[in-house]
Design a protein. Sequence first.
Length: 580
Amino acid sequence: MSIGYHADSATGEAAGMAAEREQLILSNIPEDDADVYVRFVRGLLDPDQMTQAQKRQVMFVYARKQSIPRKTLTEEYLDGMVATQFEELWRNVDSRLHPTAAPDVTPAPAPAPATATSLEATATDLPADADPAADSRAALEQQAERDAEALRLTELPEDALLTFCRFFYGLMDPEQMTMDQKKQVMLVMKVTGGKEADEITDEELERSVWLSFGEVCAVVAPSAGSDAIDPREAAAALGVDYDAYMATREAAEAVSGTGYINTDTYAQYTDTTWVSASHAVTIIGWDDNYAVSNFPADHQPPAPGAWIVRNSWGEGYGNDGCFYLSYYDQSISIAETFEFVTETAPQEGLSIASYDYMQASYVTAAHTEQPALLANIFSVDSELVLTDVSVMTADLDADVSVEVYLLRDGYTSPTDGTLLTSGSKLFRYAGYHRLGLDTACLIPAGSSFSIVQTQTVETGDGAHYAVPFTNGSSRRATELWYAVMGISGMSYSWNEGRIGRGESFLCTDGSWQDWLDIVNEAKASNKTAALAEFDNLSIKAYLLPAETVSSSHSFGPETEEDGCAVVSCTDCGFTMAFRK
């Protein structure tokens, strides 16, 4: 590159540089990376003299500022960013520092795709007299084809590579893409991230689409929609009083700059309720005697004592990744506890059938005095044994009962078949729970079965039936909120639920309804629901291959219970029911 660097800009900027560097470090950017980046954007590094490692550091910080996940930023990925985006980034720095200076290099038509390989292709320059409206898309299509050609050394299908590159250049509308195209994008990302293509199953790709494609879209296609929305119109669409919201926000912002954390001890005390929580952290311990003097001099709690909290920003933050939070801090909210129970020995061949793939923002439950039954229906291709089920509860002391039905051919409801077994348990806390069945169930190949669930809870009005479900903000709702808050030009993420017909069902009046119809009716009749995304019901089936179960047990003679055949292991007592 022939663009000069700006050594003179170092004068008088030490304070500003230190503040910017500290801000990056507080955002969990390593100190060395923060130092190189700050010096680069202030013109104190000659790009022609920078090493490849320094350029990687710059692109790492740049990528993190764009919300690209840290785990994605491998050395190979960063090399690709250096090859395709570093020069344009420097041009932006140069034009900002010397706005009257004419750059020597014609700007590329668009940023390069965030691939995980080092691409040799460079951006195509448009002629000086080109009409961007007529030529830019064609230029991007050509660039995508060249990048796809460069990626072919990964030995992936040509159509998948081209889809991937066209997607990252913004030439494909995510909402119009087919499931196969989305899986192609996730396939290339997994392979360029180091996974062998022949190890990636179609089921894994589909699950990745449900779980991660929205996040990928947020990085690739940052919002532009909120820029064109009037804030008051957005607030009206959300059902929010715009003037009241702004008054509350301005009051909060008036105190938001106050230093609530002592960065020498990393002890925090927030003494005002105007500053709300905006980040999730984990309490790992406490110190009842933690001194008041450890907190900021102008923000000290009324008494000693602090939680020891682990942040999510790595060991480079605070005290080996932790900080102290006063017992009296006013920003603590939505306190939750989690207990994770894992298998001590994984079961060979275990598969889990489920439909709830959306990363939900909220878990809640509707309550009704009428009996409410929830169900999921699954189909199997091979002979399997159902050993356990999983349920989700959103209340304290939820009494859960389940029944398993082997459905007849041409079934018309989740209970249209043979009852094979049941199970029940009282769960003290809300969460996701694995529930054992009274007996395991043999599910024949090519058949369908249902798991029917009932939950009862005690409320202030007495015992009620609970219908737990998950939901989150849609893309439209997120754009509206960004418009209300005056945020533009930033990447964002949203929820996207995909409910298939014939998967989840609800019965509240003696007749079964497809969960998809219930959600669609709610969206059509309720403004809040219309701006939300919903997932399938969270009911899962834990299944083992029948041959694995047979080889692990010595079954005795059949007996009959409630119209089903039942066999028991003569060694351990394991029982299995099946339709005769």
